[in-house]
Design a protein around this ligand. Sequence first.
Ligand SMILES: C[S@@+](CC[C@H](N)C(=O)[O-])C[C@H]1O[C@@H](n2cnc3c(N)ncnc32)[C@H](O)[C@@H]1O
Ligand code: SF4
Length: 388
Amino acid sequence: MYSFGLFLCSYLFMELMMKIKAMIKSVLLKTNPIYRESFNISTKMDKIMIQLQNIQNMYLPPPSNPTYSKIQKYVVQHKNRQYSAIATDITNHCNARCMFCFNKWGEPCDMSERTFLKILQILPFANEAGFLFSCKFEPSLHPHFLKFIDLIPKQFKKKVFFTMNLVKYFDDETFHRLANSKINFINISLETFNPTLYEKLTSVKNTHFYENIDRMAMIFNKYPLAPKIRFITMILKDNYDELIDIAKTAHEKYHPSFHEFRTPYFFLHNGIDTLSRQLLNRTELDTKIKQLQELNIDNCYYWAETDLEKYQCFINPPPINIKEKTEEQLKYQKINVDPNSHYLIEIFANGKILFQYKEHFNINDIEDPFLFFSLKTLRFAKTRSRFI
Ligand SMILES: C[S@@+](CC[C@H](N)C(=O)[O-])C[C@H]1O[C@@H](n2cnc3c(N)ncnc32)[C@H](O)[C@@H]1O
Ligand code: SF4
């Protein structure tokens, strides 16, 4: 009798809890837009994942498979199912050796066309301007540089950009093709207008940079829909006194749509001394950023987070006591698990993929990259949405 009473009590208690939970859920659905959004996403994802699993073994090309097209539409339309950055590199080498460069150099490798075609299948997952055709190395050295750009489907061209150094000679024909490529923008690295300093910073003798950039700007001007030209300028000790001139001259001569001034990200592998000689202290940086801001040049962006003091801390870190984490740090950790936060896929010239900084695959081993990443993305987003 006693155990029956106990059983009944716990049953009623469970029922009551479930009712309370359902009530809270219904109140939250009515009143809290973030909860509602997360709930809707989660429900839709469940359905889509079942569909995806069903078609996994009967893949047909998109036009002939209505379920596949439906999923493609879903992924393409949902911004929060897309990656902030899909960063490819079609080569792993470069014709310069900048003293601040974060790269590690190995055996040269150029991406094969087969690998590139596979990568194109995951373009729907990239945000607008979220696909880096080339990120860390020098794309213009690839023997099929222009052909690969032409292979990018027209409807995805606005997702694409890349960075290059303009060290080697580019003929007019190449600039015309680039101007006509319909991609979103091209970043050009610009550390100095002084050829002697250029050689010191990049180890390049007789660069074609200056004649290239003049012709590039002139030819791009003839095409109203040409990719926008952007500049990236490193803030270094050696170009410190020239930075104001760089900002003014770049703006007046080339009208870039964006000009980023940045301090070097830290790395250890290329020599602590080389980098630390180029870093500035906080006061020097703040002074220069203020002067640059006072120029009031449109579309300039300053990122000067890494200073000499932080670098010294980085190479010689003080011991960390985990218990001492501040409220602010804990809050940041929570924000970090938001399902809409930064998603990253890195793809190297040999087809190797680094997914969200930790998982490794090779795109050449994946039969259907679109399907593979549909599942991966939905699973990943679903796991993250549980944290809200
Ligand atoms: C690594 S490069 C690759 C593209 C091309 N080779 C170039 O330099 O334009 C991409 C961009 O990163 C910048 N960069 C290089 N080393 C850096 C570092 N340690 N921290 C921040 N940016 C860096 C370059 O100046 C360039 O604008
Ligand atoms: S040009 Fe770019 S990739 Fe080459 S060394 Fe300089 S920063 Fe690195």
